[in-house]
Ligand binder design. Structure first.
Ligand code: TPP
Length: 381
């Protein structure tokens, strides 16, 4: 018997038949009644829905702007979210101020909607800042690059919330690939055992760089969480209404002593993994076309239009908001005061440390050989 990878599962889970999930808006904009989820979004007015649309337009625009800035040499790298707007807006808008977000690198939309200044976020990707904000200002941790590590931080934080008797939850965001990582599985064990108010939000965007989801998971991702005794929901991640409803449900359960909850938001990464990637090398154009028909922005726009809203005015307002924020980011980014070599050695410890000082001075002497200084100036200038 030879050892073989079962590639057939990839076909099953990334194909057009992959629709076993909770949905409230069809791609054509029709509303699907859902007894469980409807009560969680019944409060939304037409204006609230228009705001959700604006959120999606704004974060798509920021993403496009960042991609362009990377191509123009202003950013070192950027991980696009194109196609994942509904998952990020639905999840971010379901949260309350006291909830704490532990994002991966992909959730720029969630971070910005929680109050992170988009220019600050982009400075991290420019290489001008290790982390540009105080996590406690808006309850958003620094974006995590180590796949899945943030789930540990979130569960630890959630356990702390429970110990302190605080009425809040911790939400970690990660991709489908991360669920194969030991860290995420260990975090689920702890969350289940300690009944922690932790919501695991997986954006199944079908790809982990060039690895298709069906190749590494022979079952739906949500099933993995159920194996740990964590209730899990598979939701249409391109349906902002369904994501909002399911995340509100999950957070409510977590906040009220119901323990952890796992959400698999089924979406699609329409762009490259990062600006350093070329997805045409590993995936078919037909797959992208399939998902373009499920575009999250079009879907809400069609629903609003069918409900009689003045979509032209809504689109105009959203576009204006997006143009404005993109122009501010572009301007602010170019005004960035770049860090000096000395900055590398600051804030390593709370108090000054002799070994750090020794390393700083050593580096300063090294730079001097090239006529440079720790303050970023030319020696003798
Ligand atoms: C622990 C660890 N292993 C490997 C990597 C390299 N890596 C960066 S992104 C990525 C794929 C992650 O895919 P997924 O979890 O599906 O998230 P997505 O990028 O699709 O949002 C990998 C393997 C890493 N950053 N950390």
């Amino acid at each position: 018997m030879s050892l073989q990878i079962d590639r057939s599962a990839h076909m099953e889970f990334s194909s057009a038949g992959d629709d076993h999930f909770e949905q409230m808006l069809k791609p054509c904009g029709d509303r699907v009644p859902n007894a469980l989820n409807d009560p969680w979004v019944n409060d939304l007015s037409e204006e609230d829905l228009a705001d959700l649309y604006t959120d999606m337009v704004v974060i798509r625009r920021l993403d496009t702007e960042a991609t362009a800035l990377q191509r123009q040499g202003e950013l070192a790298l950027w991980p696009p979210l194109l196609g994942q707007e509904a998952s990020q807006v639905g999840a971010a808008r379901a949260m309350q101020k006291d909830d704490f977000v532990f994002p991966s690198y992909r959730e720029s939309g969630v971070m910005v909607l929680r109050g992170v200044n988009p220019t600050d976020l982009m400075r991290v990707w420019r290489g001008s800042s290790a982390t540009s904000w105080n996590p406690y200002d808006m309850n958003v941790a620094s974006p995590q690059i180590i796949i899945g590590a943030q789930t540990h931080h979130a569960v630890g934080y959630a356990m702390g919330l429970a110990m302190d008797g605080v009425d809040a939850a911790a939400v970690s965001f990660f991709g489908d690939g991360a669920t194969s990582q030991g860290d995420v599985n260990e975090a689920m064990v702890f969350a289940a055992t300690y009944h922690a108010p932790a919501v695991f939000f997986c954006q199944n965007n079908h790809w982990a760089i060039s690895e298709p989801v069906g190749l590494q998971s022979q079952t739906h991702i949500a099933e993995r969480a159920r194996g740990f005794g964590i209730p899990a929901v598979r939701v249409d991640g391109n349906d902002v209404l369904a994501v909002l409803a399911v995340t509100r449900r999950a957070l409510d359960q977590a906040r009220n002593g119901g323990g952890p909850f796992f959400i698999e938001a089924v979406t699609y990464r329409m762009g490259p993994h990062t600006t350093a990637d070329d997805p045409t090398r590993y995936r078919d154009q037909a797959e992208l076309e399939h998902w373009k028909e499920r575009d999250p922005l079009d879907r809400l726009s069609k629903y609003l239009e069918k409900s009689g809203a003045d979509m032209e005015a809504i689109q105009r307002r959203a576009q204006e908001a997006a143009d404005k924020i993109a122009a501010v980011v572009r301007k602010e980014l170019k005004e960035t005061v770049e860090p000096t070599p000395r900055n590398l050695f600051e804030n390593v410890y709370v108090n000054e440390h002799p070994r750090i000082n020794e390393q700083r001075d050593h580096y300063g002497a090294y730079l001097e050989q090239f006529g440079e200084t720790l303050d970023g100036t030319q020696a003798g200038a």
